[in-house]
Structure formats: structure tokens, C-alpha cells
Write a protein that binds this ligand. Structure first.
Ligand code: ATP
Ligand code: MG
Length: 475
């Protein structure tokens, strides 16, 4: 056995003073650091003060028996390997110790080589476990980039693009369906570039009239129009070297498109009513829900502006095309809302994840986030179950999943349950097909409206959940 250079710390517990001395000499002689304890109680105190790498404990001790000591150690520090020393022939006790979580046992009187070998193996295993733990954390970390969670390959490529933007002032265009994380990406780019030192200025271009948006972006001077009672700098000026995030860029009028092009070319703005141009310094990130190229082809968006914005393009895939992210996001949002709402939800059940994997997520990550938020707020128990999900996800909660089926369920009852489950699924499919229009569903499936409404109520289905959300007005 070679010399141990890492000086791992071994705690030896035995009520026999002579045995402690022998082991101390042996182990220090092989390069280990050694602590000694004459009984279980004292040993536990040592463990509490400085966690050893390994414990060698006698089984038969007064005050605190070795078995009880083992149980206590497993409670406070389960990762420490414990090797038990048993009297010769006490095989039953040894087996019991293994069941309680001992790493191994050796018979007294022991062979020196044997005890050194067992210790060496135990420490080696512990080292490997620790390495694995670190590795797993590394792996988990690589799924997260500036609050953006993903293990999807395409998203990994996007992480690289974001990183590459940190050293440049380049304009970027982020495209993706609603809720895919466009603003999150824009903020990540900004963070990398400006380290929180300069403002991030989001502007929702879809939320303003042309006149108002113009005043927001470029500002005005006092007296330039009735009600302009003071000078107002525009948001390009307010950015002061930070980032202007133009959300829903596809919605801006041709007037503003022209002015944006000028700002990007001149890096100067003129407030409304002002005679002087002012230099401005900003990075521009634009976002659109749709492919702007189509808008360019239709003549709704200036081609020259499009090329100015599209220097670096980031195209966020919808959640349904990266379903491998769903379990990660579920965990992430459970943690987030546990903290926010002071709750302690542990996880979503496997059934929930399976249902989510089959769902299409028209509202993408935001829809998932809202769903988990809702579940965390209303849950009283620690696990999210299928019955906690909205009906539009096509959840069929079986009586079994609700936990109310008894094995002795009689035929009629079982049949009723099956019929209910079928009806629910059938109605959900019909609602999907007719986009939540109850009259159309009624005439299509041959049930009258009143009957249908009653069933919706019975199964807690909300037809409005199936009405497609109006997206922002297309360009
Ligand atoms: N990959 C992700 N990891 C963690 N959270 C995410 C991810 N993508 C989106 N989110 C979260 O989902 C929500 C919606 O994201 P965000 O506002 O960036 O979407 P968006 O694309 O700008 O949507 P919209 O087009 O509707 O404005 C935010 O709370 C965001 O933090
Ligand atoms: Mg947004």
C-alpha cells in the first residue's frame, strides 16, 4: 500500500483504548489524518465539528452502541462511508449494519492489509461520487445561460450567438412566436455587453399610435405642440450607451420605419420641434413575432431597414419543437414560484410531464410558466397532478389517477367511468376542431347547446380555452 498524500481524515471510534492506539499508529503511518473517539456520543460531536472522509467504528460499545451511532451518522452525513468492526463470528450483526448503510465490515482481530484495502476502496468510491456530483452540476449549468434554460441543440447555437455578440455593438433581430423568450434573449445580450451599468430600454412598438411612438422614441421640445410644457428627451437619448429594445417592430408605420433608418445611419436624432440634431449612442435589438421577410416581400416593411436590423438574426424555435426542454422548464418554474409564493411544491408527476410532452404550447414558454405559477399558488399538496392542469391540454384524469378507484369497482361503475372519460376526450377534440365555438360543435356532433353546456360544466371544460388567442396584428 503506497503512501497516501492527500491526507484524508479518518475518525476511529472504539471503547478499547488499546485498539484506538493501534489504529492511530497504523493509519497515521499510512498518511491519513486521524481523530479518535472513545464512544459513539463523542464521535458524533466530532462529526458535527469537522466532517471526516471516513469512519471506522466498533459495534460493541457502551454508552452508545455502534449500530445506533451508525444510524445517527447516516442521518446527519449520509455521504460518509462507515466501516464497522465486529467481534469474530458476529455475522448477523454485520449484515444488519450493512442494511443500515454501513459501507463494509471487518472482523476483529483484523488483518492489516485487509483493513487498509477496505479503507482505500471506500475512499476511492467516495471520491468518484464527489466527482460525479460536480460533473452533474456542470452538466446542469450548461443548460442555463443567463436565465435562459434549454438543452436543445438549436438553442445551444443561439447561446453561442449571444456570447459572440458580447464584444460587439451590432444590431440584432430576434424572431420567434409569442412567449418563446425574445425579450429574455435581448436582455441576455444587453447584460453581457453592459454588465448592468447602462439602461435597457424596452419599447413595445405595437402599443402606441404612430404619433405617440414618435414622441416616445425621439422626444420633443417645450412648446412644440399644445401640451408640450417641457422638453422631453426620447428613449434613444435615454439609452445613454445602453440598449434600445424595439419589440413588435413589424407593427411600426412607414413614417417611423423611415425615421428609424435615419437614426441607424446618422446615429443622431432630432427631438420634435427642435432645430438641432443630437448625437445618440445605443445598441439596437429588435424583435418580431413573425418572419419579417414576408412583410418585406409584401411591401409592408422597408427592405433597407430590414437589412439594417437583420445584421445578426436569432430565430427562436417554438416550445413544441424543443419538447426536451419541458421537464427542465417545469423544474425551473416550480423553484421560481416556490420562492416567490413561499410554497414547497416538490415536482410535477410523471403523468403531468407526459401530458405536457403531447401538448402543442401555442403560448410557448410563457404559457408553461403561467400554468406552473397557477398550480403552485393553488396546490395544497407537494406534487402537481394531471387534474391540476387545464382541460384544454386534453387531460383525461382517470379515476385511478384521482385515487378513488377501488379494485372491487362493480361493472356499472367502471362503465360509467369509461364513458365519462370518453365523453370528455370527445368533447375536447370537438372543441379543438371548432376553435371553441359551441354552436358549431353542437351542430357538428348532433347535441343541443344546452345539453352540451351541461356536459362542459360537468367535466369542467371551458370552451373559451379553445378559442385561438389573437396574436398581435400582423405587419
Ligand atoms: N428558455 C427559457 N428559460 C426560462 N424562462 C424562459 C425561457 N423562455 C422564456 N422564458 C420566460 O417566459 C416568459 C416569456 O418570455 P419573453 O417575454 O421573453 O417572450 P417573448 O418572446 O418576448 O414573448 P412576446 O412575443 O409575447 O412578447 C418570460 O417570463 C421568460 O422569462
Ligand atoms: Mg416580448
Amino acid at each position: 500500500m503506497g503512501c497516501n498524500m492527500s491526507r484524508e481524515h479518518i475518525l476511529v471510534v472504539d471503547d478499547e483504548q488499546g485498539m484506538l492506539q493501534v489504529l492511530e499508529k497504523l493509519l497515521t503511518g499510512h498518511g491519513y489524518r486521524v481523530s479518535l473517539a472513545g464512544d459513539g456520543q463523542g464521535a458524533l460531536e466530532t462529526v458535527g465539528r469537522k466532517i471526516p472522509d471516513l469512519i471506522l467504528a466498533d459495534i460493541k460499545m457502551p454508552i452508545m452502541d455502534g449500530m445506533i451511532f451508525l444510524e445517527e451518522v447516516k442521518k446527519v452525513a449520509p455521504q460518509i462511508p462507515v466501516i464497522m468492526m465486529t467481534g469474530f463470528g458476529a455475522i448477523e450483526t454485520a449484515v444488519r449494519a450493512m442494511k443500515l448503510g454501513a459501507y463494509d465490515y471487518i472482523n476483529k482481530p483484523f488483518d492489516i492489509d485487509e483493513i487498509l484495502m477496505v479503507i482505500d476502496k471506500a475512499l476511492e468510491k467516495k471520491r468518484l461520487e464527489e466527482e460525479n456530483f460536480v460533473l452533474r452540476r456542470e452538466l446542469q449549468r450548461s443548460y442555463t445561460f443567463k436565465d435562459i434554460i434549454s438543452r436543445n441543440k438549436e438553442m445551444g447555437g443561439i447561446f453561442e450567438v449571444i456570447k459572440s455578440l458580447s464584444g460587439s455593438q451590432s444590431t440584432a433581430l430576434v424572431v420567434g412566436e409569442t412567449g418563446t423568450g425574445k425579450e429574455l434573449v435581448a436582455r441576455a445580450i444587453h447584460d453581457l455587453r453592459c454588465h448592468n451599468e447602462k439602461p435597457f430600454v424596452p419599447v413595445d412598438c405595437g402599443a402606441f399610435s404612430t404619433a405617440l411612438l414618435e414622441s416616445e422614441l425621439f422626444g420633443h421640445v417645450k412648446g412644440s405642440f399644445p401640451g408640450a410644457d417641457r422638453d422631453k428627451p426620447g428613449l434613444f437619448e435615454a439609452a445613454m450607451g445602453g440598449t434600445v429594445f424595439l419589440d413588435q417592430i413589424g407593427n411600426v408605420s412607414s413614417d417611423i420605419q423611415a425615421r428609424l433608418l435615419r437614426v441607424l445611419e446618422d446615429r443622431a436624432i432630432k427631438r420634435f420641434g427642435d432645430t438641432q440634431a443630437r448625437d445618440v449612442n445605443f445598441c439596437l435589438i429588435a424583435a418580431a413575432n413573425e418572419d419579417l421577410e414576408a412583410a418585406v416581400n409584401d411591401g409592408r416593411f422597408r427592405k433597407d431597414l430590414y437589412y439594417r436590423l437583420n445584421v445578426v438574426a436569432i430565430d427562436l424555435p417554438p416550445l413544441r419543437k424543443r419538447k426536451e426542454d419541458i421537464p427542465l422548464l417545469v423544474d425551473h418554474f416550480i423553484n421560481k414560484f416556490n420562492r416567490l409564493e413561499r410554497k414547497a411544491i416538490e415536482c410535477a408527476s410523471e403523468d403531468v410531464i407526459n401530458i405536457m410532452m403531447r401538448y402543442d404550447w401555442p403560448g410557448n414558454v410563457r404559457e408553461l410558466e403561467n400554468l406552473i405559477h397557477h398550480a403552485v399558488v393553488v396546490k395544497k399538496t407537494s406534487v402537481i397532478h394531471p387534474k391540476d392542469l387545464p382541460a384544454k391540454m386534453g387531460v383525461i384524469v382517470t379515476a385511478e389517477q384521482r385515487g378513488d378507484i377501488s379494485r372491487a369497482t362493480d361493472f356499472n361503475e367502471a362503465k360509467q367511468q369509461a364513458v365519462a372519460s370518453f365523453e370528455k376526450r370527445y368533447l375536447i377534440e370537438a372543441l379543438k376542431q371548432y376553435s371553441g365555438n359551441v354552436s358549431k360543435v353542437a351542430s357538428a356532433i348532433g347535441l343541443d347547446r344546452r345539453n352540451l353546456q351541461r356536459k362542459f360544466k360537468q367535466y369542467r371544460i371551458a370552451p373559451k380555452d379553445f378559442v385561438p388567442k389573437k396574436g398581435p396584428t400582423p405587419f
